[in-house]
Design a protein around this ligand. Structure first.
Ligand SMILES: Nc1ncnc2c1ncn2[C@@H]1O[C@H](COP(=O)(O)OP(=O)(O)O)[C@@H](O)[C@H]1O
Ligand SMILES: [Mg+2]
Length: 245
């Protein structure tokens, strides 16, 4: 099976002379959760930003759904089905919750996806994220941290991307809310979405992911199936990353 997305030998960074990703290759299969673990500063967010077009690789290539997408602009990649839930907010804080949700839907409707029943999708989303119904008129920026995260996931849910890059979704959230976040990721996955998941909770990433990459200083240093990561995960991660977690 060929991968939904593959990065081959990608080198990328923010400044001309500093490479953050170094000759990095990964594959993301359709309909599967792929996990990415590594210390702070390893380059996990940079990898996601490179996939979704915010950073142009200096070398290497990215293929998606059978075509080369290296250097393609983020909005084009959104139309092609690649969505990014960043660690930081992607919401418009001064707009209502409803408007935050309708913006991506309008893009879908005007992007030639004529067969999308927008109203049905919106209702379906409210069914999956019930607390949002009471908040539709609130300003997105006035929601609690957990509610804003819910809105981020609801937004991705209405869009139904083929590939969703999810960066540190549980950071800063109470354990009860973090548990909900992991349920939404399972919901996405059950619907057939491919997911690249980064989370500081290494055990959780390993538990949820079918295939896992370990990253250190901009390079993949280990990779394998979930079963390969069973056993003393603590010792394994210690040896890969040189730290306790
Ligand atoms: N906007 C930026 N400009 C310059 N350097 C950055 C920027 N964002 C991240 N970096 C640097 O890139 C490296 C990798 O960061 P990042 O991808 O955020 O790592 P991770 O997500 O694994 O914690 C770090 O050294 C960080 O300082
Ligand atoms: Mg990060």
């Amino acid at each position: 099976m060929s991968a939904l997305l593959s990065m081959s030998g990608v080198t990328a960074g923010y400044a001309a002379d500093i490479e953050i990703l170094r000759n990095l290759s990964i594959s993301i299969e359709a309909g599967r959760i792929t996990g990415l673990i590594g210390l702070n500063g390893a380059g996990k967010s940079t990898l996601m930003k490179t996939i979704c077009g915010f950073l142009r690789p200096k070398a290497g290539s990215i293929a998606y759904d059978g075509t080369d997408i290296t250097g393609i602009a983020p909005h084009t990649l959104i139309d092609r089905g690649i969505w990014y839930i960043p660690q930081e907010s992607s919401l418009f804080p001064y707009m209502s919750v409803d408007d935050n949700l309708r913006l991506p839907l309008e893009r879908l409707a005007h992007g030639g996806t004529a067969d999308v029943d927008i109203a049905a999708r919106y209702e379906d989303m409210l069914g999956k994220f019930p607390p949002i119904r009471q908040k539709l008129r609130d300003q997105a920026g006035n929601l609690s941290g957990g509610q804003q995260k819910m809105l981020e996931f609801a937004k991705a849910y209405v869009v139904r991307p083929r590939l969703c890059l999810i960066d540190e979704p549980s950071i800063g959230l109470a354990p009860r809310v973090a548990a909900e976040v992991y349920q939404w990721i399972e919901l996405f996955s059950a619907g057939g979405m491919a997911i690249l998941l980064v989370d500081h909770n290494v055990r959780r990433v390993v538990k949820m992911s079918e295939y896992i990459y370990v990253m250190s200083l901009g390079e993949i240093t280990a990779e394998g199936w979930r079963a390969d990561f069973e056993g003393d995960l603590h010792e394994q991660v210690k040896s890969w990353l040189g730290v306790n977690f």
